[in-house]
Design a protein. Structure first.
Length: 153
């Protein structure tokens, strides 16, 4: 199934951008993906269409901190655009392996990563063991958000 990206982000907002780069100048993700900051993403959407961008793994380095939107003089909802692009990418099977593994783990254990000897480490610091995760509830949430349609678990 494909995601109609412009149902989730107002396409006309792309034309409000005047490429001042305040967003990219504040973006923590460009440290690791310098060529795909928020300003560049908007420009690429305008010049190439979103089909080009959803193939690019650098799309996934955005941590949705929302700083770009907060600093944008045009108040463009940039993180909504990035989330919509990633939803579209995931529906096409373009989802990073590491993220896929984290989702599978979340569905199986209720946690997105395994920390060995966690209880021992917590005890060492005088902390009680963590409570068990209600995995059925976690799986229900994952299904309601339709993650099971992009990652098998
Ligand atoms: S801050 Fe806003 S107007 Fe400036 S480049 Fe970024 S999205 Fe465009
Ligand atoms: S929401 Fe994403 S694109 Fe915007 S500043 Fe944060 S990391 Fe960068």
């Amino acid at each position: 199934m494909t995601v109609k990206i412009w149902n989730f982000f107002p396409r006309e907002a792309l034309y409000e951008c005047y490429q001042c780069a305040r967003c990219t100048g504040s973006c923590p993700a460009i440290e690791v993906a310098p060529a795909l900051g928020p300003r560049e993403t908007i420009l690429k959407c305008l010049n190439l269409g979103h089909d080009e961008i959803v193939e690019d793994e650098r799309l996934w380095v955005c941590c949705t901190c929302n700083v770009c939107e907060d600093r944008c003089p045009q108040k463009i909802p940039i993180s909504d655009l990035l989330v919509a692009l990633r939803n579209s990418a995931a529906r096409r099977g373009n989802i990073p392996d590491k993220l896929e593994i984290a989702i599978e783990l979340l569905a199986k254990t209720g946690r997105s990563m395994i920390v060995h000897q966690l209880d021992e480490m917590r005890a060492h610091h005088g902390l009680a063991p963590l409570l068990p995760v209600p995995i059925d509830e976690v799986r229900e949430i994952l299904k309601k958000t339709r993650l099971d349609e992009v990652v098998e678990f």
